[in-house]
Write a protein that binds this ligand. Structure first.
Ligand SMILES: Cc1cc2nc3c(=O)[nH]c(=O)nc-3n(C[C@H](O)[C@H](O)[C@H](O)COP(=O)(O)OP(=O)(O)OC[C@H]3O[C@@H](n4cnc5c(N)ncnc54)[C@H](O)[C@@H]3O)c2cc1C
Length: 486
């Protein structure tokens, strides 16, 4: 398929508009609304029969803060400086952060939250202090990542930054997107569904000037006087691309996203000269909690050795699971804290015993390794210490109430949820960059189509994707609307 066609060769346009937005999920709807509000005529193309995308499927938790705190954080008594937020994010993604985009994100979080509320999305002034991926109490503020665990506690003060629509449990995406899609409709934007962008129109000097779409299976040529915004999600549903870029995650039995996550936005952007980066990174989830009491267990690999502080977020556990020999990992838990993980149904109890020695024998570990691991852990847990991995005191207790169980979370049986974190390289304005980091005139992108704020599962926290997609979707919409009409 030709993903770029020459603008000069087009003899007829089916539609002339200012801005074309490709994809009507979180990033696309945010971009369309801001561009339309700024005075541009916007046409939105959505390949499925309705807008929403993966954002609609999500809990729509947004990771926001900085500049003293969002209205929600402040109302609940938390303050959050930009420096603290930035330091935390830097600890999450290290040298792989996009400094310019992260700076903006950590400065303007409160403004973004105000925008979400101004749309009419309800947020409840309630703080959930517990350990869960999504607060099931209806409260709108919670910790969602590794804020309270080592080594992050050495870099930043823990502050809760997960912002959830009120009383929505895991259905926040439906709450948020139904409001946002309605606002876009009310703005007067031209919304086309069953409309897949197939090619970009690029002129002889490299400017992107429109799109060729398939609408109701017929070609439809659109001229975009100000520009095109690619917000078509990631590529977790595209087998050819995942095999090429994410071979170490194979087999991908549980791709996490909507069926439109085919990489169209990335492929269109690359065809026009854009640079795709971070393509080998993905979010991978090992949901070792809730319930929170499972955090009292310890994880060992197939050598019987611990490798992590268990009080971390589930995406960090996913990252470390990938690094263990044969991607095998096991939770050892005693009877006092035994429970079934709420979101990981396929775990397998592979050994039980009245003593650690019995479990070790039953599991087939070399004699003594598990006993040594547990004896060392228990000796220090007794004093509230974890000299190896600094698990927080709150979750440290000797494992000593029989019977004991060893539960396999090995990746072959777990079928972990995975979605992509690579995409187009862009400026904070959404302008798509060439490999030389030169903006391509007329081309913008946001959301999972770009390499965004979250860059690896190792530091990911719930809320970083939707926060990033909607925040930078808005900026792309504002930027294109300020462009000269061609
Ligand atoms: C179950 C689930 C729960 C999640 N929970 C959270 C959470 O709570 N917080 C969080 O931060 N992240 C969460 N995520 C991740 C997050 O939802 C996504 O990363 C994010 O919403 C992506 O937003 P987006 O706008 O880039 O893409 P999307 O919202 O997926 O929108 C992309 C749209 O583009 C359309 N499209 C694709 N190709 C074309 C084309 N060629 N032409 C026209 N249209 C096209 C698609 O059909 C889709 O509607 C979750 C993901 C899942 C699956």
């Amino acid at each position: 398929m030709k993903r770029v066609a020459r603008y000069e060769e087009v003899s007829h346009f089916d539609l002339e508009t200012d801005v074309v937005v490709v994809g009507f999920g979180g990033a696309g709807a945010s971009a369309a609304l801001e561009a339309q509000r700024a005075g541009s005529n916007v046409t939105v193309l959505e390949r499925s029969s309705a807008g929403g995308g993966s954002t609609m499927m999500s809990a729509c938790e947004m990771y926001l803060g900085g500049s003293g705190g969002t209205a929600l954080q402040k109302d609940l008594g938390f303050s959050d400086s930009t420096e603290n937020f930035y330091a935390y994010m830097k600890a999450c993604f290290g040298d792989n952060v996009d400094e310019a985009r992260l700076k903006l994100y950590t400065e303007q979080g409160p403004e973004h939250f105000d925008w979400c509320e101004s749309l009419g999305v309800p947020y409840k002034r309630g703080f959930f202090p517990g350990r869960d991926v999504v607060a099931m109490t209806g409260d709108s503020l919670q910790y969602t990542g590794n804020e309270r665990s080592w080594p992050f506690t050495e870099h930043a003060e823990p502050v809760p930054r997960g912002h959830l629509p009120a009383d929505a449990d895991h259905n926040g995406g439906q709450v948020f997107m139904s409001v946002l899609l309605q606002r876009v409709e009310e703005s007067g934007a031209d919304i086309r569904v069953d409309a897949r962008a197939m090619s970009l129109l690029q002129d002889d000097i490299g400017r992107v000037r429109g799109v060729i779409a398939k609408i109701d299976n017929k070609p439809f040529v659109i001229k975009a006087g100000q520009g095109v915004i690619l917000t078509a999600g990631g590529f977790i549903m595209n087998e050819q691309m995942t095999r090429q870029h994410l071979p170490r995650y194979y087999p991908i039995d549980n791709p996490h996203g909507n069926s439109g996550d085919m990489g169209d936005g990335i492929l269109l952007g690359v065809a026009a000269g854009g640079h795709a980066i971070n393509m080998g990174e993905a979010f991978i989830c090992v949901a070792h909690y809730p319930p929170p009491e499972l955090t009292f267990g310890i994880f060992v690999n197939n050598r019987g050795q611990r490798f992590i502080n268990e009080d971390i977020y589930l995406a960090r556990m996913g990252h470390y699971a990938m690094e263990q020999p044969d991607k095998q990992l096991f939770m050892l838990i005693d009877n006092e804290h035994f429970a079934r993980p709420a979101y990981q149904e396929s775990v397998d109890i592979i050994a039980v015993g009245e003593s650690i020695e019995e479990v070790e024998l039953d599991a087939g570990f070399p004699q003594g390794v598990l006993q040594t691991t547990v004896a060392y852990y228990n000796q220090h847990a007794e004093n509230g210490e974890d000299p190896l991995f600094n698990k927080s005191r709150e979750w440290l207790k000797p494992i000593n109430t029989p019977p004991f169980a060893l539960v396999s979370y090995s990746l072959d049986i777990l079928k972990p949820a995975i979605f992509t974190l690579g995409g187009l390289d862009v400026l904070p304005t959404g302008e798509v960059l060439t490999p030389d980091r030169e903006p391509i005139p007329g081309l913008f992108a946001a959301g999972r189509t770009v390499a965004g704020i979250p860059r690896t599962s190792k530091g990911y926290a719930s809320g970083m994707s939707v926060g990033d997609a909607t925040f930078f979707g808005r900026r792309a919409g504002q930027q294109v609307a300020s462009s000269t009409r061609n």
